[in-house]
Design a protein around this ligand. Structure first.
Ligand code: SF4
Length: 347
């Protein structure tokens, strides 16, 4: 009994060392020893299950901080986590993120069992277009290179020539020999690609489908103007899923990983992060000397993850928590992702 209590206390202290810095908590919690004690038994159980089952937990930066810092083995954006999935030799990969990300892990690690805490964790971008709709667009634009943002389903990836992330989209699109690009599913990212290629003097026609991220599309320039007036010296950091007006009014636009690097390397009195609040929580934990002024937004899909669901999916996953893909479709989707790795690997 005393040993269990000691374990819980040590675990609560471990959790607190990270969570105490989270100001931007999605549920407005203030993390202290007491709130960490409340989840310590669960994080201990999950970490024990991981060892017993040779499982690894990939956590997207947008999920709740107790998952990222309590049980996550790897934390980051889709691209980084895809690489970790590719290199993993775990029997079970639990993806705490959204379903298209877990599908990507399954595409890259077909021999692992890939599980998700909540099958309803969709994505407004990934769910905006089907494979059938991509086929129809391809028929309308037969000479175009078909490029999909990684925020797309496996069935969409299987229809595309190459996959991109928010970190490599500009370089990959610029490198493609085709002058016409069919870009799915993010209309706002396509706008940003058009603007960036123009800046680089690269001539391409970009045709896009009509998806948007319900989190990033909501930011606007008025918010930036107001924040700059209130916080002199402020740096505004945004994601390429934002509108092109927001991107143009920002000091830095980049992928989740690039945003983290920018904040780490930039000296400024305040930062306005125009992205999902989970990333701001991570920045608070990992850059305790910097000031973030809020303004972020929550992704309702990411917030469907919870420690309880992570535990249940590891302990005895229900069929709906296990990702399965048709092998032919998986191989076609893998070619699309492999092409991305080829185009981004050093020559
Ligand atoms: S933040 Fe946007 S792009 Fe990311 S999962 Fe949520 S809806 Fe999809």
């Amino acid at each position: 009994m005393i040993a269990i209590e000691n374990n819980i206390e040590a675990e609560a202290e471990r959790l607190l060392r990270s969570l105490m810095h989270v100001e931007c908590d999605p549920k407005g919690r203030k993390w202290n020893l007491e709130t960490c004690r409340e989840i310590a038994l669960l994080t201990l159980e999950i970490n024990r299950l991981k060892k017993e089952k040779n499982a690894v937990i990939l956590t997207h930066s947008y999920v709740e901080p107790e998952i990222v810092y309590g049980v996550g083995d790897f934390k980051g954006d889709s691209y980084y986590l895809s690489l970790m999935a590719k290199e993993s030799s775990a029997d079970i990969i639990l993806f705490a993120g959204v379903v298209f990300m877990a599908e990507t892990a399954k595409i890259l690690s077909p021999n692992s069992t890939v599980v998700v805490p909540d099958r309803d964790s969709g994505c407004s971008l990934a769910d905006s277009i089907t494979g059938e709709e991509v086929r129809k667009l391809k028929a309308l634009h037969p000479g175009a290179a078909v490029v999909c943002y990684i925020n797309s389903t496996a069935e969409v990836k299987a229809e595309c020539d190459v996959c991109v992330t928010s970190g490599n989209v500009y370089d990959i699109v610029a490198k493609l020999p085709e002058s016409q690009i069919l870009f799915v599913p993010d209309r706002l990212m396509a706008d940003n690609v058009r603007d960036e290629l123009k800046r680089r003097g690269v001539q391409k026609e970009i045709i896009s489908s009509d998806g948007t991220c319900i989190v990033h599309e909501e930011f606007d320039v008025a918010q930036i103007i107001q924040a700059r007036a209130q916080f002199p010296g402020l740096k505004v950091v945004s994601h390429p899923e934002c509108t092109s007006d927001v991107a143009a009014a920002s000091d830095f636009v980049g992928s989740t990983g690039a945003m983290m690097k920018y904040v780490k390397e930039t000296t400024a009195p305040y930062f306005l992060m125009l992205t999902e609040c989970g990333l701001v929580g991570r920045l608070e934990v990992e850059n305790t000397e910097k000031n973030f002024i809020g303004g972020c937004r929550l992704c309702p899909y990411m917030k469907l993850n919870s420690l309880e669901k992570v535990r249940d999916a590891l302990l005895a996953p229900r069929p709906d928590q296990i990702i399965t893909l048709d092998e032919n479709l998986r191989q076609r989707a893998a070619r699309c992702i492999d092409r991305m790795f080829e185009l981004t690997s050093p020559a």
